[in-house]
Design a binder for this molecule. Structure first.
Ligand code: NAP
Length: 279
């Protein structure tokens, strides 16, 4: 009997999952680099997640992404959790190791920074305070990453104050919590302004935070990428700011997983953006 090499499989697990752009992205990279692998979406309810995770390696899966609502729960299932995933309290990238262990990491923060570095190359994170709007799961990855790259002060405002207070106690004294209604007043000397809320996303509430006090030298980034040019970015750009959309974060957070599963670091470039936008 011939021992055929197994075709590597990967997946994104969520509930629901039909909206995910990850299959289009990984599918594009697999085709571009001629790698004989597959990446599929799997809709799995939370109650069934632990059993599925233990079954996937036996079926030929080398790893997977996890998305809403599994990003926190997966930490209880994984055997090895990286320090940054533990600090953030969520993982998005799993590697099924040859020794049977499940390794969980969070690449949202590195994807967020890589997007800013690529699309705002003059951005100097240490040059002034950052304003972070929102305190959900994505904000935790953003705050951890901003601290890591040397932002001196993070001004955090969230509609639900206790969620912002929790970030302050988890991430320390660089995080200063402000009232949500004061968000517009935090902007004057900020070098970086990040929207991590879902405000402005297609189908969600409008982004209505006043930007009249924004520093025209600020680099502004919206994590929302549907639409690509959000109201926040349109207004910030009109006031002279450098603006970066959220699609690049999605692309960059995916690259480390692809490399671990399929053995090649994929390029994040204009062709990749187009492949995901027009898939
Ligand atoms: P989440 O944990 O549910 O957090 C949602 C955040 O939005 C919270 O801060 C929430 O405030 C705020 N919010 C929602 N509705 C609001 C409203 N009407 N007024 C004021 N604040 C409101 O979600 P998440 O995972 O952090 O994701 C947040 C956004 O980032 C989503 O749009 C997601 O698509 C995007 N995202 C993008 C990327 C990327 O790669 N570009 C990666 C991750 C996430 P409360 O705490 O008060 O509810």
């Amino acid at each position: 009997m011939t021992d055929h090499p197994r075709i590597p499989l990967a997946a994104v697990l969520g509930h629901p999952i039909a909206h995910s752009r990850s299959p289009a992205l990984h599918g594009y990279w697999l085709k571009r680099y001629g790698i004989p692998g597959h990446y599929i979406p799997i809709d799995i309810a939370p109650v069934d997640l632990p059993r599925l995770i233990r079954t996937l390696p036996a079926l030929g899966f080398v790893g997977c992404n996890v998305t809403i609502p599994h990003k926190e729960a997966i930490l209880q299932i994984a055997d090895i959790v990286t320090d940054r995933a533990a600090l953030i309290g969520a993982a998005n990238t799993l590697i099924f190791r040859k020794d049977g262990k499940i390794h969980a990491d969070n690449t949202d923060g590195s994807g967020f920074i890589a997007n800013l570095r690529q699309n705002a190359p003059d951005w100097k994170p240490a040059s002034g305070p950052a304003v972070v709007l929102g305190a959900g799961g994505a904000a935790r990855a953003v705050v951890a990453a901003l601290i890591e790259v040397g932002v001196p002060e993070i001004r955090l405002a969230n509609r639900t104050r206790p969620r912002a207070d929790a970030l302050r106690s988890d991430f320390g004294a660089k995080v200063h919590v402000h009232e949500w209604v004061q968000a517009g007043n935090l902007m004057d000397d900020a070098a970086t302004v990040i929207n991590t809320t879902s405000l402005g996303m297609t189908g969600k509430a409008d982004f209505r935070i006043p930007l009249d006090r924004i520093n025209p030298h600020a680099v502004c980034n919206d994590l929302v990428y549907t639409p690509l040019k959000t109201q926040f970015l349109i207004e910030a750009e009109a006031r002279g700011c450098t603006v970066v959309d959220g699609l690049g974060m999605l692309l960059h957070q995916a690259a480390p997983g692809f490399e671990r599963w399929f053995g090649l670091r994929p390029e994040v470039d204009e062709a990749t953006r187009k492949a995901v936008l027009f898939a």
